[in-house]
Ligand binder design. Structure first.
Ligand SMILES: Nc1ncnc2c1ncn2[C@@H]1O[C@H](COP(=O)(O)OP(=O)(O)O)[C@@H](O)[C@H]1O
Ligand SMILES: Cc1cn([C@H]2C[C@H](O)[C@@H](COP(=O)(O)OP(=O)(O)O)O2)c(=O)[nH]c1=O
Length: 239
């Protein structure tokens, strides 16, 4: 099958949500499904995604930059995003690849918003300057009760022998606030965002995501052809 958007700019999809909602798991599944369509897919993550941004990630998530305060940390997330956009995301989109990113600027809005600083107007200004016209074409907000996501993240950490990172250790009220903030972003921008109920087995969540991607990006193909297959229709009717 020919790629639906073989010529021109690729499309930009972001996965967002609180801790342990399943973003990286679903990014792998979505990338495989898109690649099976003959699309070039670049799967990446934030903070990080480029060598310089990964160095900033390590500094922030280890907690070593916490003493700088929330404004400086917001600027560090932004600095990492500038390099990630310039060195990976923009070139990939320009050559026609689809980019899927595990977290992006909505995480700044939600997480730094939840810490209370910097104020929302500053966060919006930062997003305008850093992201400019390269906002995602589709944002999938994976929604899950925070206690379920934190329990999943805990299992993953034990399996990998990792330590709790910067935000997982915040109080339950912080994680509830975070969930509300992601849902508020989705409500404010329904054209860009789709809320995915992530409280289900991996395959079910994957089918929900695929349905959203198909409806928003593949079926209304810009070249006038539908990219749906009988196999996809069967997967959807199983839900
Ligand atoms: N739908 C699901 N049901 C149960 N466990 C899941 C599901 N999706 C992911 N997991 C597991 O939960 C943990 C966190 O998933 P992950 O994809 O790493 O989340 P995130 O990237 O959002 O932090 C992993 O151990 C993963 O295997
Ligand atoms: C991209 C981004 C992430 N974060 C936070 C969210 C996560 O707690 C952490 C990223 O760590 P990560 O281990 O990638 O978390 P997860 O597995 O849940 O995706 O950084 C921000 O606070 N602001 C941001 O702009």
């Amino acid at each position: 099958m020919s790629a639906p958007f073989a010529s021109g700019r690729g499309l930009f999809i972001t996965l967002e949500g609180g801790e342990g909602v399943g973003k990286s798991t679903q990014m792998r599944l979505l990338a495989a499904r898109l690649e099976a369509r003959g699309l070039e897919v670049v799967a990446t993550r934030e903070p990080g995604g480029s060598p310089k941004a990964e160095a900033i990630r390590e500094a922030i998530l280890s907690g070593r930059t916490k003493f700088l305060g929330p404004m400086a940390e917001a600027l560090l997330f932004s600095a990492a995003r500038i390099d990630h956009l310039d060195s990976l995301i923009r070139p990939a989109l320009a050559r026609g690849a689809w980019v899927i990113c595990d977290r992006f600027s909505d995480s700044t809005t939600a997480y730094q918003g939840a810490t209370g600083e910097p104020e929302p107007a500053v966060l919006r200004a930062l997003e305008r300057v850093v992201v400019g016209g390269d906002r995602p074409d589709l944002t999938l907000i994976l929604d899950l009760p925070p206690e379920v996501g934190l329990a999943r993240a805990d299992v993953r950490r034990r399996q990998r022998g990792e330590v709790t990172d910067r935000f997982e250790g915040e109080a339950p009220a912080f994680h509830r606030d975070l969930r509300a903030r992601f849902l508020a972003i989705a409500a404010a921008e329904p054209d860009r965002c789709v809320v995915i109920d992530a409280d289900a087995p991996v395959e079910t969540v994957g089918d929900r995501i695929w349905k959203a991607v198909d409806e928003r990006l593949l079926s209304p193909a810009k070249d006038g052809t539908s990219a749906s297959t009988d196999e996809d229709a069967a997967a959807e009717s199983d839900e």
